[in-house]
Design a protein around this ligand. Structure first.
Ligand code: SF4
Length: 322
């Protein structure tokens, strides 16, 4: 039988994981596909620490099973997701819960058909929850591959080929978990510790790891200036439910592009909110208007799912009302 040229590295990884792997993470070594899936979705854009400290357990307390997610209105799921950002993830989680009636399919192929599940997440859930031997390709894995194969520029198709070439099909679970741990602790963006890395013996980029991948010149994010107008009627405030894709389903105050400040306008303050593709610079004002659609008391607003920007506006309003 032909020997796998990466066999030694695979052995190193098994040894490394035993000693340094984050085996106590609550979504590892469990029998709940839902919890594995939930962690994968939460971790797509958010750091482990934040997910662990503020969201994972709290979400599971509200929705112990995927069936509970399916049976809840999407507003409740968004409310539980509040503060985690990238709300499309929460809407897709809800859609997937309904589509599957609360039971996830077992194969990566079927998982990839579901809302919001790409190839890497499908492979991760299939591997971690259903023992399918497949590689994953998240940001940490990509960085390791770029460096291991000393590739400066690469598209996802080629990266997948490299991922399939390098992974350990006999121990895919440990290999994939190790890749995530090595990517976050050893083969880091700015300061890789090649001397303690289990890939070191065959890594082609170890002499100058920071050359891989080639840095993209970051475009400056456009700035969107808006007036966030809190229309009020007595002690109630007007909010509307967002329809735009980014924040769809979340409640918010009205954002005006050309709001004219008059002597009746009360200025509450200003803030910045960073989104993936732009930065919002908002000034927040209070203005009496009895013609808006839905008004809420401050207590009622706390029960709604709000975006980060609207939370900041609410904090300014509460400060003013004190
Ligand atoms: S040897 Fe260095 S560059 Fe290569 S994978 Fe390990 S940490 Fe990254």
């Amino acid at each position: 039988m032909q020997k796998n040229k990466y066999e030694k590295i695979h052995q190193n990884i098994l040894i490394w994981y035993k000693e340094y792997g984050r085996v106590t993470l609550p979504w590892r070594n469990i029998n709940s596909p839902y919890e594995v899936y939930l962690s994968e979705i939460m971790l797509q854009q958010t750091q482990v620490k934040t997910v662990l400290e503020r969201f994972y357990f709290q979400f599971l307390e509200k929705f112990p099973t995927l069936k509970d997610v399916a049976n809840a209105p999407v507003e409740d799921v968004l409310k539980a997701w509040e503060g985690l950002g990238y709300y499309t993830r929460a809407r897709n989680l809800h859609k997937t819960a309904i589509e599957t009636k609360g039971t996830l399919p077992h194969s990566a192929e079927a998982l990839e058909e579901l809302s919001g599940i790409g190839k890497s997440t499908a492979n991760a859930v299939a591997c971690f929850a259903f023992d399918e031997a497949l590689p994953i390709l998240d940001a940490n894995v990509k960085r390791i591959l770029y460096r291991f194969f000393a590739v400066k520029v690469c598209n996802d198709k080629k990266l997948w080929e490299l991922a399939y070439e390098l992974y350990d099909k006999n121990n895919a679970y440990i290999y994939n978990q190790s890749m995530m741990d090595i990517g976050s602790a050893i083969c880091t963006h700015k300061n890789p510790s090649c001397e303690v890395c289990p890939f070191e013996s065959l890594c082609q980029g170890k002499e100058k790891p920071l050359l891989y991948p080639e840095k993209k010149i970051k475009k400056k994010k456009p700035i969107r200036k808006r007036t966030l107008v809190i229309y009020y009627k007595k002690d109630k405030y007007a909010l509307r439910q967002n329809k735009e894709r980014l924040l769809s389903g979340l409640w918010g105050f009205k954002q005006e592009e050309d709001f004219e400040v008059s002597k009746h306008t009360i200025k509450l303050g200003a803030f910045k909110q960073h989104y993936t593709h732009f930065t919002l610079e908002a000034s927040v004002v209070l203005f009496e208007d009895k013609e808006q659609k839905s008004y809420f008391s401050i207590n009622e607003i706390h029960d709604l799912a709000l975006s980060g920007a609207d939370r900041k506006a609410l904090a300014l309003l509460e400060k003013y009302c004190q």
